[in-house]
Design a protein around this ligand. Structure first.
Ligand code: UDP
Length: 333
């Protein structure tokens, strides 16, 4: 039996593929390569290029492979873009998951681990945020992920597909071996932008707003090391297979760091100047997002050992400095 990774050529998905194969699992990958990279694919994974919105394509993969569980990373995930192109997000994220669930029902695949987001909470009333906090997204991306969670809840009631939804806070870092790492085109995430500035590929980083109600006025986020994040997915599969109920878990570090603190840590790790300028707030941003991950630790037995911002920058810097062109293309826009 294999584990099917949807979006296995993307940043987080490729780390899942590598970690599962490192642990001796059989892995099947589906990716439409819209944002993923062929070079991030693991040679031992069975790769099918195609789109999860294409039911005939999904049926053909399920007919060929014996799939025990699915980890679903195949989605668009940029807050800013989701505000400009909301319908693109509903189409790929919500409709894509609807088609996927239909194919799972037909193929009788019983388990799905789903990548959700802290953006489902919106502007939190209390931090750290627990899973019981109200959900009220402030951007389209978060709204689509919340809708996908709801779709899985009702599908389970009718068809018995068990799910674990993992609400990520900010994911960063790279595989310790530096074989794979983060490479979005265009890049919009804080850690790679800071490190591209350290490499001299950008003149400066723009800090999006310094008038938030935080200690230094810049946004506060909770950063998880990508390898710890994937550990939680693997634990979630074991949890469902051993009879656990469908549930939602936050994945974070219980600690928040401001944009300025992140830039200062990167300056220490890299020894580079990393010029920064203050810009406007980015539409859709919450001021502070910090997770309580006690539930994942208690129920899944999650033990994030690599999650500190110094380790995140160390591993991310190893990747960026050894792959200054990422997976190969030259435009850094
Ligand atoms: N950010 C920033 N400058 C950038 C990119 C990001 O100041 O060039 C800030 C952004 O406003 C947010 C934090 O860094 O507060 C993390 O942003 P990212 O896009 O990495 O993740 P998000 O929190 O949107 O999931």
């Amino acid at each position: 039996m294999s584990i099917l990774i949807l979006g296995g050529a993307g940043y987080i998905g490729s780390h899942a593929v590598h970690q599962l194969i490192d642990q001796g699992e059989q892995v099947v990958v589906i990716d439409n390569l819209e944002t993923g990279h062929r070079a991030a694919l693991h040679p031992q994974a069975n790769f099918y290029e195609g789109d999860i919105r294409d039911i005939e394509f999904l049926r053909s993969v399920f007919a060929k492979e014996s799939i025990e569980a699915i980890i679903h990373f195949a989605a668009n995930s940029l807050v800013g873009e989701s505000m400009e192109k909301p319908l693109k997000y509903f189409d790929n994220n919500v409709y894509g998951t609807q088609v996927l669930l239909q194919a799972m029902v037909e193929a009788e695949v019983k388990y799905i681990i789903f990548s959700s987001t802290a953006a489902t909470y919106g502007e939190p009333q209390d931090v750290p945020i627990k899973e019981t906090a109200p959900t009220d997204p402030t951007n389209t991306y978060g709204e689509t992920k919340l809708t996908m969670e709801k779709m899985m809840k009702w599908t389970e009631k009718a068809h018995g597909i068990k799910y674990v939804s993992l609400r990520y806070f900010n994911v960063a870092g790279a595989k310790e071996s530096s074989e794979i790492g983060e490479d979005h085109r265009p890049e919009s995430h804080l850690v790679p932008i800071i490190l591209q500035t350290a490499l001299g590929q950008r003149e400066f980083i723009t800090i999006f707003g310094e008038d938030y109600n935080t200690s230094d006025g810049t946004c506060v986020r909770d950063y998880v090391h990508v390898e710890d994040l994937i550990d939680a997915h693997i634990l979630a599969i074991k949890y469902l297979k051993s009879g656990g109920d469908s549930d939602v878990f936050n994945l974070g570090s219980n600690k928040g760091f401001s944009v300025r603190e992140m830039i200062n840590t990167a300056r220490k790790t890299t020894g580079k100047v990393i010029p920064a300028k203050i810009g406007e707030r980015r539409i859709g941003d919450s001021s502070t997002l910090i997770a309580s991950s006690e539930k994942a630790k208690r129920i899944l037995g999650w033990d994030p050992k690599k999650t500190s911002i110094s380790k995140i920058f160390e591993d991310a810097w190893n990747w960026h400095s050894s792959h200054p062109l990422g997976y190969g293309r030259k435009d850094f826009s």
